[in-house]
Design a protein around this ligand. Structure first.
Ligand code: SIN
Length: 551
């Protein structure tokens, strides 16, 4: 059935309000053109806000761009786009200066009591970095950057933020072939409160919808991280790349009641060591030397797999982080948020070991883009975690994501501004459906079906498409997702669209993309480890797994 829904016109639409989304809105909005930001919940409810570690950026005289590029390429396990890595790394200082000018306060050496270096920024270290280069605001860097961006965006009258509005699908002209992918004209959006669907139109639409951790049973991500942008772009026919590379963060707090709380890698940067216990009665001991010369500071994929192996070997529910060599007053200064959360869990970091487990954290792949955020569809752009610029390769280097979330929107603002006159010439043709087609039934069973399917997907993704994969497990996952997707698609066509249904449909699409890409990669590399293909295949260096929806 067709309904006449409200149509709103803008110059730019940005989907998502994390650091990449708001940076894009700001770079585009400074031109005075009309920008709409569409966000599912409150403007600052996003994954970026939870980032603890910081922004990887060459700031120290003893560090160099070459070294940052090299660490990124090594962590990325032969799959990074070196040219894009270099462009992003070299633009880091400019992007950082921009956000400092907007009011971001990074921790200085003076803040930590080092009077002789009072004005220098404190630079942390994380897994895979051979130098100290992580700018941070205590251990709540993401929250500080998000605060600054929200303030900056709120100051511009030409940027309208639509909170509690959920993007459903892109408004597209007909896709005829891979070479003629149609054009994006905007997005259909559900007003969460009224239940009405709005058609938002603009010459450019930027997807900045963040990650998809909720595809997995255990994750560091918040509830909103459902992979909506990747799912929408795939449905619209955009090229999607490298979805098999799911990064598992090695150290999420293991606690009965406190779920999804990250214990930053920055602790290991300050000397914290991973330990595991042989059995319940034995004292935990170091184990990372058995896995990598950088020990507890090895790249993240290696540490996550090592922890998984130790847990399987010993049968333990978790391993431990030991940072007891640092006095309590110093820990409280450097890690105030983590310290207080641990205390809430009954752990004093200065005296106790911290129990930790790995959990899904970051998608290294996503909507395939240029370094400027251009996708394979004219009028459609993607930035941040939902995009795949080639910076992360097969395994993201810690704290490179906030860097990317600030740098790529800066490049995007420049290319869109340059091309805007041309872009705004094309108007929706007759193949573009401006009206939203919706089902007209409601169903009393709906919540149960949605909750059940959601739990099922997250559980089998964890069991079959997790840290260690095998062909058999992946095939089992493929069979399950095919059945579920058909059921969800039917449900979606028949019933009125709700936020829960939109998220379930997106989760199912993203799960299917992860499984498909995993099955296509016949090797183990970076965050993708398949026991049936245990080695890295040099012939696959620099070869992305690129997929698009069949016509
Ligand atoms: C962390 O603080 O360990 C997370 C940083 C990141 O994911 O880059």
């Amino acid at each position: 059935m067709k309904s006449q829904n409200e149509i709103l016109n803008f110059d730019h639409i940005v989907i998502g309000s994390g650091l990449a989304g708001l940076s894009s809105a700001l770079h585009l909005g400074r031109s005075g053109r009309r920008v709409a930001v569409v966000t599912k919940r409150d403007v600052d409810e996003c994954n970026s806000r939870l980032a603890q570690g910081g922004v990887a950026c060459v700031m120290d005289a003893l560090d160099t761009f070459d070294e940052h590029v090299k660490d990124t390429l090594v962590a990325g396990a032969g799959l990074c786009n070196e040219e894009n890595v270099r462009a992003i790394v070299e633009a880091g200082p400019e992007a950082v200066q921009n956000i400092i000018d907007l009011g971001a306060q990074f921790t200085t050496r003076g803040d930590l009591g080092f009077e002789s270096e009072r004005d220098a920024y404190d630079l942390g270290r994380e897994g895979g970095h051979h130098k100290r280069r992580v700018l941070h605001a205590g251990d709540i860097t993401g929250a500080e950057l998000e605060r600054v961006m929200v303030e900056a965006v709120r100051k511009l009258d030409n940027i309208t933020v639509f909170e509690y509005h959920t993007a459903i699908d892109l408004v597209m002209s007909l896709r005829r072939s891979t070479d003629n992918p149609g054009r994006c004209f905007g997005v259909y959006v559900l007003d969460n409160n009224s239940g009405k669907v709005i058609t938002m139109l603009a010459p450019t639409t930027v997807i900045a919808s963040g990650g998809a951790g909720k595809v997995y049973l255990y994750t560091s991500n918040p509830d909103i991280a459902c992979g909506s942008g990747v799912a929408m772009a795939y449905r619209a026919g955009a090229k999607i790349a490298n979805m098999e590379f799911i990064q598992f963060h090695p150290t999420i707090l293991h606690h009965e009641k406190i779920r999804s709380f990250l214990i930053s890698e920055a602790l290991r940067g300050e000397g914290a060591v991973l330990k595991s216990a042989e059995n319940r009665n034995s004292e935990p001991v170091e184990f990372m030397h058995k896995y990598h010369p950088m020990k507890s500071l090895a790249p993240r994929d290696i540490v996550a797999r090592a922890i998984d192996s130790e847990m399987k070997r010993t049968g333990a529910e978790c391993v431990y982080l030991d940072i007891r060599h640092i006095p309590e007053d110093k820990l409280r200064l450097r890690f105030p948020h983590i310290f207080s959360k641990c205390l809430e869990a009954g752990i004093n970091m200065a005296k106790d070991l911290i129990p930790v487990v790995p959990a899904a954290h970051f998608i290294c792949g996503g909507i395939k883009t240029s370094v400027n955020g251009e996708t394979s569809i004219p009028g459609l752009y993607a930035v941040g975690e939902c995009a795949c610029t080639g910076l992360h390769g097969a395994n993201r280097l810690a704290s490179n994501s906030l860097l990317e979330a600030m740098v790529v929107p800066m490049f995007l603002g420049r290319v869109i501004s340059k091309d805007f006159d041309e872009l705004s010439k094309s108007a929706p043709d007759s193949s573009v459906d401006l009206s939203w087609k919706c089902g007209n039934a409601t169903d009393s069973d709906e919540q149960v079906v949605i909750a059940h399917n959601w739990e099922e997907i997250r559980s089998f993704m964890w069991d079959y498409v997790g840290i260690y994969r095998t062909n058999k497990r992946l095939e089992r996952a493929r069979n399950r997702i095919e059945l579920l997707r058909k059921e969800i698609d039917k449900y979606y066509r028949d019933y009125l669209v709700t936020t829960d249904l939109i998220e379930l449909r997106n989760i199912a699409t993203v799960a299917e993309l992860i499984i498909t890409c995993s099955l296509l990669r016949h090797e183990s590399r970076g965050a993708h480890c398949n026991a049936d293909y245990p080695e890295r295949n040099p012939a696959m260096d620099c070869i992305d797994t690129v997929i698009e929806r069949p016509l």
